[in-house]
Design a protein around this ligand. Sequence first.
Ligand code: NAP
Length: 312
Amino acid sequence: MTGAPIFERMALIGIGLIGSSIAQAARQRGLAREIAISTRSAETLRRAEELGLGDHYSLDAAVAVDGADLVILCVPVGANEAVAKWIAPALKKGAVLTDVGSTKGSVVDQVSPHVPEGVHFIPGHPIAGTEQSGPDAGFSTLFENRWCILTPPDTVDPEALEKLSAFWRGCGSDVDLMEPKHHDLVLAIVSHLPHLIAYNIVGTADDLETVTKSEVIKYSASGFRDFTRLAASDPTMWRDVCLSNKEAILEMLARFSEDLSALQRAIRWGDGDMLFDLFTRTRGIRRSIIEAGQETDAPDFGRHAKDEPANG
Ligand code: NAP
């Protein structure tokens, strides 16, 4: 333990990559005295228990949140409403209720109507992840040197907000505050659009004739390989992200197609200056990302097979 725990009892509803990583980070850094875990399937619950991720285990989410002063929903975005309805009557007065969903507007719409009086609902999104799923994929350092965005309502209790912020700082993250709508717009360009482009490129390659397909795999190090990592991300999670951030994603896709048409035109008409200017500008963006400490300059980006950042 690194001092007094911030919360007495933390309940994690959903124990996949993110829930498991939170459990391990909180345990290692002494952020919660007790950890209660609930998940949908008996199989995942048993695995969480085998991995020793918590102190209490239940298939009943209402049992897990009983007496908890911190409840974190770690389920796919589209499952939040059903979970919120289920746990609402069992939430303790004064508890902090948060989530980790990759979109925020839809989570606010799904959860807010069910939050009882006296419970502090502060939506959140750790900008950290990998393309792996399930409790085995979690690791305690996932959130280190990453951002966690919280989208508190205007009426938020300052003490509850400070406790939740301290929890995320304790996991190694920097905390930023945003309006849910703004979060969804920013994430549409930095995360949702890149994933959709990756899904699309890999899908196109998969539709090619068999003989070409084998060459795609063989020569993938020329660029294709980097897209396949994003395109291997969890289908349930990304289906829910697309459906729940429809407006912002469509806006970014429209801008992307316009810019792609301009690029197409430059290639067709041999406009080398336009191509050179664009490629020079984009190189500068990569440099800024490295300088901001959000990536390393090492070959293969310094990533290890297990902890490649995907950032949902
Ligand atoms: P995951 O590894 O697939 O785990 C999902 C968990 O939610 C499992 O415990 C699963 O239970 C449970 N679950 C799935 N469908 C459910 C449903 N319909 N009702 C109730 N429980 C359900 O997912 P994850 O990567 O941890 O993602 C969890 C959340 O974190 C998502 O909202 C995602 O947007 C967000 N997020 C993900 C990343 C990332 O890179 N993966 C990054 C930041 C935020 P069973 O296994 O028992 O079925």
